[in-house]
Design a protein around this ligand. Structure first.
Ligand code: NAD
Ligand code: UDP
Length: 342
């Protein structure tokens, strides 16, 4: 298939490009570079062994820009990563988040349908479960209250895409609910490249390890978890990338499923590790120090979040292959080789 990859220069998008080409697909990338560097695409092309990845610096809110891309390329499906993703920033700038993520997706989907491209894989998140009603979380767990506008954009976009699919059954909609992506391509040439102070745990750990930050703040050690720190379902970004390739099966096999061609999958490992488990594994595997101190809980955080990923295995034949050692090793390999990012 030829796939439109929105947000393809970003962290998960760049890793997914490699998996797509490995599986024999080709891609066209659209990204406005608001949170990425085109160097990622040059390195991806190098790793794949092709001269370049077709790339358009286009904002998904720019209808004309998207029209030109669709006029130029025959696109079979879209993997839609483009969006703003900083939880804290979304609380400060809700309008910008709703406008970019929701406004952008509405334009994208409209241009897609006008060009007869009605297959979409959407980057959703475990955040749509809110404080989950059951652990491990299955896809039948009810959606919950989000604690920030970023989360609501994911929850609302899921609903919008399902409604659009219901009204026009030619659409096939795949909602992948990612748990906590970490790690990097084993080459260490591409990885997560946050702007400013990292919000997420793993990039904070790697920046402490490389000497850019003094110590990690562990947000709370009084949660009802084995060691008191938050528990998450960390997943290697290469496993997550491979899930998108597996999900393309939903488009070719769609009619054998059901008339209601919306497919929802949890994409995690099914294992929960605590913040301190991650820190300790990082120190043990990489032989580096990560000083930390306990800080108050972070607003909006939940104690425990991990999934039951068995539906994805049963229906699209995907499951995670990498473990915690691989995650901490590859995160460090990327940071060590690229202390200043791209
Ligand atoms: P990222 O910021 O590295 O990648 C997103 C890309 O989208 C960036 O390259 C950015 O420049 C681009 N972009 C943003 N707005 C755009 C617009 N209007 N037009 C064109 N391009 C635009 O983030 P990521 O970690 O790779 O995340 C990819 C997707 O997965 C996002 O939708 C994110 O919300 C979702 N997700 C991420 C995580 C995570 O922890 N990383 C977890 C769950 C879901
Ligand atoms: N966390 C932390 N210190 C940090 C960043 C995160 O202790 O500097 C904790 C956070 O409280 C949560 C876990 O690490 O328990 C994962 O947080 P992250 O922001 O990476 O992902 P989230 O699950 O919130 O999407």
């Amino acid at each position: 298939m030829q796939i439109l990859v929105t947000g393809g220069a970003g962290y998960i998008g760049s890793h997914t490009l490699i998996e797509l080409y490995k599986a024999g697909h080709t891609a066209v990338v659209v990204d406005n570079l608001s949170n990425s560097n085109p160097e990622s695409l040059r390195r991806v092309a190098d790793i794949i062994g092709i001269p370049e990845i077709p790339f358009y610096r286009v904002d998904i809110r720019d209808r004309e820009g998207l029209e030109k891309v669709f006029a130029k390329h025959k696109l079979d499906a879209c993997i839609h990563f483009a969006g703003l993703k900083a939880v804290g920033e979304s609380v400060e700038k809700p309008w910008e988040y709703y406008e970019n993520n929701i406004g952008g997706t509405l334009v994208l989907v409209d241009v897609m349908r006008k060009h007869g491209c009605k297959n979409i894989i959407f980057s959703s998140s475990a955040t749509v479960y809110g404080d989950p009603a059951e652990i491990p979380i299955t896809e039948s767990c009810p959606k919950g209250q989000c604690t920030n506008p970023y989360g609501w954009t994911k929850s609302m976009l899921e609903q919008m895409l399902m409604d659009i699919q219901k009204a026009d059954p030619e659409w096939n909609v795949v909602l992948l609910r990612y748990f906590n992506p970490v790690g990097a391509h084993q080459s260490g040439r591409i990885g997560e490249n946050p702007n400013g102070i990292p919000n997420n745990l793993m990039p904070y750990i790697t920046q402490v390890a490389v000497g850019k930050r003094k110590e990690l703040g562990v947000f709370g050690n009084d949660y009802p978890t084995p060691d008191g720190t938050g528990v998450r379902d960390f997943i290697h970004v290469c496993d997550l990338a491979a899930a998108h390739v597996a999900a393309l099966k939903c488009f070719t096999n769609a009619l054998t499923h059901s008339l209601n061609n919306t497919f929802i999958y949890n994409i995690g490992t099914g294992k929960g590790y605590s913040v301190l488990d991650m820190v300790k594994a990082f120190v043990r595997v990489n032989g580096v120090e990560v000083p930390y101190s306990i800080k108050p809980r972070r607003a909006g955080d939940i104690a425990t979040c991990y999934c039951d990923p068995s539906k994805a295995e049963a229906e699209i034949g995907w499951k995670a292959r990498y473990g915690i050692e691989d995650m901490v090793r590859d995160s460090w390999n990327w940071q060590r080789q690229n202390p200043e990012g791209y």
